[in-house]
Design a protein around this ligand. Structure first.
Ligand code: ATP
Length: 306
């Protein structure tokens, strides 16, 4: 009886651990909106990058056959530059990043990186060259070191620390009870939105990808945290091809190219200045955001005691 009890108990522990890690994987997949049906072609080759020029050529896309989401989307992000995408909610901004990561295949047209159609390269190599800083970072129930190193399994401690320093989270980690060995995630220390995003930035720096997708948080951080994240983003976007899915126009004013998406079509493109001068949808969106900001300044939100 005892003999049977011990292994079962032991199995129970293992089962709980596996279940937990599966739950984490599921969360990760649902966060990234993973589509599992895209397969490598039999003769898929590893991606070879020379700077990471991204091109969307006349892309049409629909998740379901009845509703087309993107129409003839055509743009290039020159290697090492930043392109930001703006547009109303549901206009298709995040869909662009899902297609670049090849969670789905396009219905018409093509997406290429340095001239290689992403359908002709291995998904593993594609994803190794693209770093995503998502809106909401998943933290595993593990140490903060593990969570940063997740960007590059097997990374050396000194590289992890260097990435944490560059993401301005090293000093914070040093104040934690067990430093880099502190458990975080749901069952450990809870980190704030800004701290989690810094972990994601450290992960990405460690991964060192040629291409970066930054999905800006919809829920605004406080303005100090926001400015710090923006400064960091600028730092990691340097010399990388970057696609920013933007929710606040003020954060992307210095992008080399801004695309304005409306119901799945690019309706305007240019720099912040040229788009303001064009006096179209971008300018309307800009003025609306400015007005909202002025309103907030005039009547700051009152804290309600609970
Ligand atoms: P937001 O600013 O609100 O994040 P967005 O511009 O990023 O919006 P997308 O997430 O790209 O918009 O969605 C574009 C359209 O595609 C929306 O109408 C959405 O309902 C639809 N959509 C998104 N994901 C799926 C999916 N997995 N299956 C079916 N339709 C989807």
């Amino acid at each position: 009886m005892l003999q049977l009890y011990i292994p079962l108990n032991f199995l129970g522990v293992i089962y709980r651990e596996i279940k937990q890690s599966l739950a984490d994987m599921e969360r990760l997949f649902s966060l990234l909106d993973q589509h599992r049906e895209v397969a490598d072609s039999p003769d898929a080759q590893p991606l070879v990058t020379h700077g990471g020029r991204v091109a969307f050529s006349h892309v049409d896309f629909s998740y379901e056959s009845k509703r087309q989401i993107l129409f003839d989307v055509d743009f290039t992000i020159p290697a090492g530059t930043t392109t930001a995408v703006v547009g109303h909610s549901g206009s298709g901004k995040s869909t662009l990043s899902r297609l670049l990561f090849r969670f789905y295949d396009v219905n018409a047209g093509a997406i290429s990186i340095d001239g290689q159609d992403i359908r002709s390269i291995t998904q593993e190599s594609l994803r190794a060259h693209i770093g995503i800083v998502p809106q909401d970072t998943v933290l595993f129930n593990d140490t903060i070191e593990y969570n940063i190193a997740y960007g590059r399994p097997g990374a050396r401690r000194e590289d992890i620390v260097a990435a944490a320093r560059a993401a301005s989270i090293h000093d914070f980690i040093e104040t934690l009870p067990d430093g880099y060995a502190t458990m975080v995630g749901e069952r450990g220390l809870k980190l704030s939105g800004g701290e989690k995003q810094r972990v994601a930035i450290a992960r990405t720096l460690l991964k060192n990808p040629a291409i970066l997708i930054f999905d800006e948080a919809t829920s605004a951080l406080d303005s100090k945290a926001e400015q710090a994240i923006q400064a960091q983003l600028k730092e990691i976007a340097k010399n990388r091809t970057t696609l920013v899915i933007a929710h606040r126009l003020s954060t992307i004013a210095d992008a080399q190219q801004i695309l304005v998406l409306d119901h799945g079509r690019i309706v305007e493109r240019g720099t912040h200045q040229s788009l303001l001068a064009a006096d179209g949808l971008y300018k309307q969106m800009w003025e609306r955001q400015q007005a909202r900001k002025d309103e907030e300044l005039a009547s700051p939100p009152v804290e309600v005691e609970q």
